[in-house]
Every structure is written in structure tokens, then in C-alpha cells.
Design a protein around this ligand. Structure first.
Ligand code: ATP
Ligand code: MN
Length: 463
């Protein structure tokens, strides 16, 4: 007898086949002399129905009270056509074994609908619900598609460090990494004496793997990172986590246009693949969470993204027949309300905004000939706002050094980054895609805490 996943049985199981399956009871319905038990093992949204009868099961009477929502079971039996109209097949068991019971008085996941806020308080159990189950299956399919996309195109997956000593990016958003005794910190005058710390200098959790990805791109041309990044974001929003996963491709011999092409192809590919791999889950999101999920996927796959310069975007925002909380003028950083207006209301599809004022963008972004803007690009998505941020990188040593100094950063610390421009420099470009923002976008889940199994946010690091 083959042990099979429930998704496989539901999809391919044929009457008269014998199977063994394992999982957790979702529901039990008792009727006169028999009972329906629905079992789920995380492989699919749908449960597999098992019909329990005293005729089939000699231990029926003692078994029944042990079968409750949340209990773990193993079932061996025969696939039979189902009489019910909700399912094609069901299981007529020869044997049912309860591994672990779940007390119905205390098991927190009873059949009623729970709020996502409540489910976050039971992060160790919430993956057993329909919605979170679907989220994490989509997340898995999407992560796999990320690798597939890049590997098919000969991009090398490079592993960049999580601990970094460079604080050039994300000032203010950095988590310190230290093993100093915080109750007795060594000091030099007023300052912390980091020479006594583990790395002999201040160290942080990385906010991005980009600088190291650039190093690797200068040897392998096309590379990508896919791993966790950390930001001590104090804004408690539905789009920010303190620990999130980021995908950062970097391409040598590539400019901002190639970068925009890759970002667009990438998003299209991911949506298409996830639709193919998880059709039931996506349909579930469309029906239960956000009725624009399928239309959004269709929109991404079948439309060319709008591409406009920052300057054009500002003009469009100034012409908008609506008030913004943050006033619009050339030079401002686009706020979420502006980004959403462009993607959601005006274009009704993703929009790529490029060539931003140099003052609001990072030092490594390539200075345009106008001396005012840099070759930065953001992909703005309906409902989400910024989903991808990227740029062509400054490959000219003199211009880069000027930008570093202007930004008030220490040249010396970036010696290795500057060396890349000294030896065999090439035009290159890349972007960062927040993986959880993407999953939000795909599923319509409104809070980013509900698309990562164990969210880390201010004052919250449970489970
Ligand atoms: P935002 O303005 O939304 O905070 P950002 O400008 O800080 O974004 P980047 O530094 O360009 O973002 O990071 C690249 C991508 O990582 C973003 O486009 C977004 O998808 C994602 N991202 C950024 N910060 C977070 C966060 N705290 N939690 C989850 N995803 C994030
Ligand atoms: Mn940010």
C-alpha cells in the first residue's frame, strides 16, 4: 500500500485503489451509525473525506470520540466514488489510527472563521487553516519559480552575507550584531569600544545583499541573491517587516532598460508559474480574500507595464484631480499614496518610474547626463505601491567617489566597492524585489504579517 499525499489522491486517485494517508482532522460530522471525517495534510486546499462506519471499523465506538478537529490520523483504505456532490472521491477505510488527539475544549482552531489578528497569536497552529495553508503553498511555488526563472537564464545564485560591517545603506534601519556584554559595555571616553567586539568593529544585520552581488556580477556577469534581509523599521505598517526575504539580481553589461525588461519579464513569469502550480489556491484567494486577485494576475501577465520618468510622474500627480496628504513637487520622494495613485487609479496596471532626483536616491545609482537625476527605477504595483526598487549602478570611479563624498560617507570603508570600478568596470544594473510584497500582491492578503510563517515586527518576535 503506497503512502500518498492528499493532493495527489484528490487529483489522480481512481476507484478501487488502496491508499494510506496521514494528516490532521479538519472536521468530523457524526450521523446515525456513521461519521464523515475530513483530513488535510497541507498538500492541498481541499480535504479528503473519509467515511467512518461501524461495519468497516471494528473499533468504531472507541475511535469516534478521539477524532476531533486537530487530531492527527493515519488512514488505510480504498478509494470509492463519492455520493456527495462536493467531491469526486472519498475513502472507505480498513483501518484508522489516531496518533495524537486534540482536546475540543482547548484546541483554538474550531470550525468558525477566525480573524487574522487572532491567528497571529497562534502562529504555531495557524498554518493548519485554509488561508494560511494556501499562502504558504503559493509562497513555496513562487520561491521555486524564482530559482527556475534565473537558472533557466543562466543567472548564478550567489550567497551574500547576513552579517555586514558596512553601514552605507539603510542608516537608521540597522540592527546591531554584537556579543559585548550589554550590561557592561567597554568604552573609549563616551563611545563604545568596538575594538573589543566580536568583529573588532561595529557590525550589523544586512539590509541588502546588493553591494556583494555587484562583486559577484563582476566575475559571473549575471547573478542573483535570494535570502533574508533585516531592517529595524519602526513604522508599524502592513507592508514592512523587520525580517523579510529579498531577491536581488545583478547584471553586468546591462543598462537601466535591460533592468526594466528583466523586472517585467520576471514578474510576468512568477505570476504565470504560480497560476499554473496553484490554481485552486489562487481561486480561493479570489473568492475569499480579494476579488481582484485573478484580474491582477491576468493584468500582469498580459499587459506591458507603463514606463514613465519621475518627472513625468510628478506632472501626472500635479494634474491629478484629487488631494494627497503629502504635497507633490519635483524633488519629493514618492509616498505610498502617490505610488498607488499612479499604478492603481491612473494606469490600472504596474508602472515603472525611472530617473529620480539624485538627492533622494542612493550614492551607487548612476548619474544621468542632466546631472540632476540618477538611473533609478521603481516598479509600482496596484494596492501595494513599491514592489521593486533598482537602478543602473555608477560604474565611473570619479563620479562614484564624488557621490560618496557628497553623501557624507567614508571613502575608505568602500575601498573594495571602488576597486570594482578601478579594475575592469562595466555598466551594470540590478534590482531588489521584496518577496513578501510579491506574495501579498499575488494573494491579495492585506497584511504582510500573514504571508510569512513567522513575522518579525516591532515588539513581536514570538514563535
Ligand atoms: P519602502 O519605501 O516601501 O520602505 P524601500 O525604498 O525601503 O521601500 P528598497 O530599499 O528599494 O525599499 O528595498 C527593495 C524592496 O524590498 C522594496 O521594493 C520592497 O519590495 C521590499 N521592502 C523594503 N522594505 C521592506 C520591509 N521592511 N519589509 C518587507 N519588504 C520590504
Ligand atoms: Mn523602506
Amino acid at each position: 500500500m503506497v503512502n500518498r499525499r492528499i493532493a495527489d489522491i484528490l487529483r489522480h486517485g481512481q476507484p478501487d485503489e488502496t491508499v494510506t494517508l496521514q494528516g490532521w482532522v479538519r472536521t468530523k460530522r457524526e450521523l446515525k451509525g456513521f461519521a464523515f471525517m475530513e483530513v488535510n495534510d497541507g498538500s492541498s486546499l481541499a480535504n479528503l473525506q473519509v467515511v467512518l462506519t461501524a461495519d468497516d471499523l471494528p473499533n468504531y465506538q472507541e475511535l469516534l470520540p478521539k477524532i476531533n478537529t486537530g487530531a492527527s490520523v493515519e488512514v488505510s483504505g480504498t478509494i470509492v466514488p463519492s455520493q456527495g456532490k462536493n467531491q469526486r472521491i472519498e475513502i472507505k477505510p480498513q483501518q484508522v489510527q489516531v496518533y495524537g488527539e486534540a482536546d475540543p475544549e482547548t484546541y483554538p482552531l474550531q470550525k468558525k472563521r477566525h480573524s487574522f489578528e487572532f491567528l497571529r497569536t497562534i502562529g504555531h497552529l495557524r498554518s493548519r487553516t485554509n488561508t494560511l495553508g494556501a499562502v504558504f503553498r503559493v509562497r513555496n511555488a513562487c520561491a521555486n519559480a524564482v530559482h527556475q526563472f534565473f537558472q533557466e537564464r543562466d543567472f548564478m545564485w550567489v550567497h551574500t552575507p547576513l552579517i555586514t560591517a558596512s553601514d552605507c545603506e539603510g542608516a537608521g534601519e540597522l540592527f546591531n550584531v554584537t556579543n559585548l556584554d550589554l550590561t557592561n559595555v567597554p568604552r573609549l571616553d563616551k563611545d563604545v569600544d568596538y575594538s573589543q567586539d566580536f568583529f573588532g568593529k561595529p557590525a550589523y544585520l544586512t539590509v541588502s545583499g546588493q553591494l556583494e552581488a555587484e562583486v559577484m556580477a563582476m566575475a559571473f556577469r549575471n547573478v542573483y541573491t535570494f535570502g533574508p534581509t533585516f531592517r529595524a523599521e519602526n513604522s508599524n505598517t502592513s507592508r514592512h517587516l523587520a525580517e523579510f526575504w529579498m531577491i536581488e539580481p545583478e547584471m553586468a553589461f546591462c543598462d537601466i532598460n535591460g533592468n526594466m525588461d528583466l523586472a517585467e519579464d520576471f514578474l510576468k513569469y512568477l505570476f504565470k508559474t504560480v497560476l499554473e502550480k496553484c490554481p485552486e489556491d489562487i481561486e480561493f484567494f479570489n473568492k475569499r480574500i480579494d476579488d481582484s486577485v485573478l484580474a491582477t494576475a491576468d493584468n500582469i501577465i498580459n499587459n506591458e507595464f507603463e514606463r514613465i520618468t519621475y518627472t513625468e510622474a510628478i506632472d501626472l500627480l500635479l494634474k491629478a484631480k484629487r488631494k494627497f496628504e503629502f504635497p507633490v513637487e519635483w524633488g519629493i520622494d514618492l509616498q505610498s499614496e502617490h505610488e498607488r495613485y499612479l499604478a492603481e487609479e491612473l494606469f490600472k496596471k504596474p508602472a515603472i518610474v525611472y530617473n529620480y532626483p539624485k538627492e533622494i536616491k542612493a550614492f551607487y545609482m548612476r548619474l544621468n547626463d542632466d546631472n540632476k537625476t540618477v538611473a533609478a527605477m521603481d516598479v509600482l504595483a496596484p494596492k501595494i505601491g513599491e514592489i521593486i526598487g533598482g537602478s543602473q549602478r555608477e560604474e565611473r570611479l570619479d563620479v562614484l567617489e564624488k557621490r560618496i563624498v557628497e553623501g557624507g560617507m567614508p571613502l575608505e570603508e568602500l575601498w573594495w566597492y571602488r576597486d570594482l570600478r578601478r579594475y575592469g568596470t562595466v555598466p551594470h544594473a540590478g534590482f531588489g524585489l521584496g518577496f513578501e510584497r510579491l506574495i501579498q500582491f499575488m494573494t491579495g492578503m492585506s497584511n504582510i504579517r500573514d504571508v510569512i510563517p513567522f513575522p518579525r515586527t516591532p515588539l513581536s518576535a514570538d514563535f
